[in-house]
Design a protein around this ligand. Structure first.
Ligand code: HEC
Length: 160
């Protein structure tokens, strides 16, 4: 994220310089912006306009870029589906399971970083529940797509 912002800043700066050069320098830009105005544009107004233009570029660019796959705490690259899986995990599973990537510290069920279950095992645990040990895991906490995303997410990050 920081790197993205840093990069966008210089892209915006580059575009700014290009724009200024195309208009015949700062004087030319001011003339262009002033066209149709009676009062000359103050330097402060010009700076505000420039700042608005800069953030209009940088912020949307940063948001767009950060929406794409990015690394989680485990350092693994997460796809959009993995991210959805992590979000569901935090809502439905984190109270009972440990998983570093999701910052989950639940102690009721097994530590999933140690178990590192395949997606298939997780789907099975979700569908049928588990009641072999001291405590239980209810069946069907989640279903369908949510279950698949969680299972693939755990397989991707567990133990990393
Ligand atoms: C109420 C607490 C609780 C919640 C919530 C919970 N689990 Fe569990 N989970 C457990 C317990 C307890 C076990 C071990 C049960 C046993 O002894 O068989 C377990 C076992 C597992 C296992 C290992 C299955 C095996 O056969 O070794 C996986 C994988 C698992 N859970 C994934 C999940 C996922 C994914 C979620 C969220 C959808 C979740 N759990 C939600 C308590 C929970």
């Amino acid at each position: 994220m920081a790197a993205t912002l840093f990069l966008s800043f210089f892209i915006a700066l580059g575009l700014g310089v290009f724009f200024v050069a195309m208009r015949g320098g700062p004087r030319g830009v001011r003339d262009t912006l002033e066209a149709g105005r009676r009062r000359p544009l103050h330097a402060a107004e010009f700076a505000v306009a420039a700042a608005i233009a800069l953030f209009g570029l940088v912020v949307p660019a940063a948001v767009m870029l950060s929406d794409q796959a990015s690394a989680g705490p485990s350092g693994e690259t997460l796809s959009a589906e993995h991210k959805d899986g992590r979000e569901v995990f935090n809502r439905k599973c984190a109270t009972c399971h440990m998983l570093d990537d999701a910052n989950a510290v639940g102690l009721v069920g097994p530590d999933l970083d140690v178990l590192a279950p395949t997606a298939g095992l997780t789907i099975n645990a979700i569908e049928e529940g588990r009641a072999r040990g001291q405590s239980q895991m209810p069946a069907l906490l989640i279903e369908g797509e949510e279950a698949r995303h969680v299972a693939e997410y755990i397989e991707h990050v567990a133990g990393r």
